[in-house]
Design a protein around this ligand. Sequence first.
Ligand SMILES: [Zn+2]
Ligand SMILES: [Zn+2]
Length: 838
Amino acid sequence: MPEDNELRYDPAAIEPKWQQRWASDPTLYAAEPASCGKPKYYVLEMLPYPSGQLHMGHVRNYSIGDALARHMWMRGYNVLHPMGWDAFGLPAENAALKHNTPPREWTLSNIAAMKRQMERLGLGYDWATEIATCLPEYYRWNQWFFLRMYEKGLVYRKKSKVNWCPECATVLANEQVIDGCCWRHETTQVDQRDLVQWFLRITAYAQELLDGLDKLDGWPEKVRTMQRNWIGRSEGTDVDFFLEEDAGEGTEKTRIRVFTTRVDTIFGATSVQLAPQHFLVERFTAADSKLKAQVDELLEQQKKAREAGDLGAIEKHGIPTGHFAINPYNGQRVPIWVANYILADYGTGAIMSVPAHDERDFEFATKYNLPIVQVIKPADAAVAPELPFVSEDGVLVNSGEYDGMSCVEAEKKLQEIAAAKGFGEATVTFRLKDWGVSRQRFWGTPIPIIHCESCGLVQVPDEQLPVLLPDQIEITQQGGSPLGRVPEFVNVACPKCGRPAKRETDTMDTFVDSSWYFYRYTDAKNSSAPYDPAKAQYWFPIDQYIGGVEHAILHLIYSRFWTKMMRDLGLIVNDEPARRLFTQGMVIKDGAKMSKSKGNVVSPDEMVGRYGADATRMYALFAAPPDRDLDWQEDGVAGVSRFLARVWRLATKYAPLARSSGGQGVEAPTGISLKLLRKLHQTIAKISQDFEGRWHFNTCVAAIMELVNDLQAADAQLAANEVPAPVVRELLRSLVLLLAPFAPYLAAELWEDLGEEGAVLRAPWPVSDPGLAKEDELEIPVQINGKLVTVIRVAADAAPKTIEAAALADEKVQSRASGKKVVKVIVVPGKLVNLVVK
Ligand SMILES: [Zn+2]
Ligand SMILES: [Zn+2]
C-alpha cells in the first residue's frame, strides 16, 4: 500500500518552516541581562576557521553544544550560546593568490556560506553576539592588548629563526615548508634566517599556568597532562664550568654555564657538550676550518631533524673540539664536545655529560668511548648496580668530601657551595618558551608600533587605533612582508616627534585572536573597550567549553595566559577561562580521518538534504560516545531518520487524543498506563542524569528509542482507548521534551501539534517522579560460586534478608546446593545474590 503523503515524516517541509520562524524571533536564543535573576550558563563551542564549508567534525562539535544549550534553557537557565569566526590566516592569502579574490571578500563570503549551513542545521546561536576576528572592531582590541602588554614589559623583540625561501625572498609559515622545501618551489631548500621578531612573555606566567592545572578538575586529565609536559618545569642547578685555556693569572675565566637536574652527580661528569650554535663553538671554529666543516654537518643534521619534526629522535653525533673545561667543584679537566642533539634554545645550550647516571649520556659515551665514572651507589646494596644507575635513591661515592651523603643532601650542599663561590645557583627552568607572535603576512592584525629614527620604538596612541589593514593590496607572497609594499601604510608621522617614521609591517599570529574572543561575546558591540568588565564577570568563567583535543596545548594555553594577563590589567576577576572542558572525538570514515585526498569526505549538506538536519545531528550524537571517534555510516543516519518518522507517526496519530484531555492531570495510573509511565519516568531520570556530566548522549538517544518501542508495542491498547487521555498527553508531551535537545525541528513541530503554547525550548524540562520510576519487582540474578544459576523476582524495595531467603528457597538453587554446605551469602540489593557453597 503506498504511504499516505499526509502521514509521511517530511523534514524537507518541517525544517525550513521552523528555521524561518526561528530566524524571525531574535529573542529566541538571546542571552538575557544579569538582572533577569536566573542562574547563568555559558556554553561554548570553539569558533571555526571560515574555510567556506562545515565538515562533519564541526557538525558533531556543535550538535553536542547545542543539545546542552537547549537542555539548560529548558532547565530555566540564562544561557549564553554564541558563535563567531576565527577569520584571519594564511588560507585567505593563498586563495587570493590562486583566484585573485581579495582576502576580505573571500573570508566574508565563506562566513556567510557557513552561517547558512549552521542555520539550516538549526543550531541555536545568539547571532547578536557574533564576532569575526578579521573585522577592525575586533582586531583593534588585539592592538590595544598588545600595547597594554608592551607597557607592562610583557612584549619584547629579539632575533629569532624563521623559514626563508631564497626564491620567494620571503618568510614561510611552518605549514608552507614541505620536506624542507618551499611549497611553491619544490626543489628550493628552505633556509633558517635570523629575523628580529616580536614575543609575548608568556613565561612570566609559567609557574601560575602550571599550578592552575591542579584546580582545573573539570578538564580532561589528558589535556592537563599535555599542558604540564608542554610547560615542562624542572628544578635543578645552573653550574659554570670554566674554559681551561683562559685560566691564566689576572684574566676573567670564560664560563660555560650548564643546567643540570642532578648536580649530585657532577663528580661523574666526563665531558661538556655544546650545541653547535653555542658562542664558544664559533670561537673554536674560527681558527679551525676542519672543525668548522664538522660542525656545519651537525647543524645540517639538526636542521633536517627539526624540519621533519622529530628533533627528539635525532641520531646522536658529536665531535671533540680539542678544548677542555674545568669542573668548578674539583678542578678536574674534561673534554669539550659539540653535539647535534644539544639545542641552543633549550636551557643554556650546554650540558655536562654524566654517563654513569643518565641514559642519554651513557649511550653517547659508549658510542664515542668516553670514560664512565660511577659516583652514586644504591643506598643499601652491597653489589655494584648496573650502569647507568639513574635513581636518586642513593649515596655519593668517588665524590671527595661528599662521599656517603645521600643524593638529596648532596644536591642541597653543592647548590649552597656554588652560590657561595659564585659559580652557580639552584634554579627552575621551563620548557615553555615565550610566544613569538610576529608574522610576515598580510591577513592578520597589524602590530601597533612605529619605528622612528630619533625616538626608537613608539606605541601607536590609543586614539589612533585601530591600525587598519589597507583595503587593496596585491598578494604575491614574494619579497618580504606584504604590508611593507604599501607606502600609504608604512609611511607615517612619528606620534612623539612628528618626523617621518615607519610603521611595523609584521602582523600578529592568529592565535592572538582566539586567545580572548570568548570575552568579546559577552559584549560584542562595545566600541570603547574590549568588553564591559561587569558583563564578563557575570558570564565568566565559561561553564562548558567544547572542542577538539588538537587544541590541548596552543590555544588552550595561550587563552589561559591571556586570561591571567587581563586579570592583572584589572579587567576580570577569574583566573581561568573555562570551568569545564570537553574534547569530542573525531569523525572518521571507513576507519580513516576524512580527507579530500582519500575521497572519504561526507558533506553535511548532502546528509541534511537526504535525511534532514534532525537526523544528521541526532546520528552524530547517537553513533558513538561523544568523547570517542565516530565512524560515519550513512545507514546509521537513515536508521535515525526512520526512527524519527516513527516518532512522528505515533505523535501525530495520538495528538488529538492528548489534546482532548483538556490539560487534566494523571491520577493513580494502573495496568498499561502505569507500565508506560514507569518507562517514561525512568527515561527522564536517565537522560537528566546524563546531562549532569556523563554526557553519554548515545545512550540517551537509545533510551528514547526504547521508550518509543514500548509506546508502539502498546498501540492496540492506545487505539482501544485503554490509556486515558491525560496519560497519553503526559507520555507524548514528555517524549517531545526529551527529544527537543537532540531533534529540535521535529520537537517544535510536534509541540505545536500537541496544542502546546510557546517555544518548546522554553518549556520546563520534565522531572522524573521517583515513585513512578520505581519498579514494583526486580529480577535479580543468583550465582553459586560465581556461576549464574537462576533469576528470582523480588519486591523492588526488598530487604537483603528477604532477598537471601528468596534465593535459598529457589528450586534450582536448592537442587544445585543439595548435599553441600552454604558457607556464605553475598547480597547486593537490587543487583545480585552470590552463594558460596562447599
Ligand atoms: Zn619559494
Ligand atoms: Zn620620533
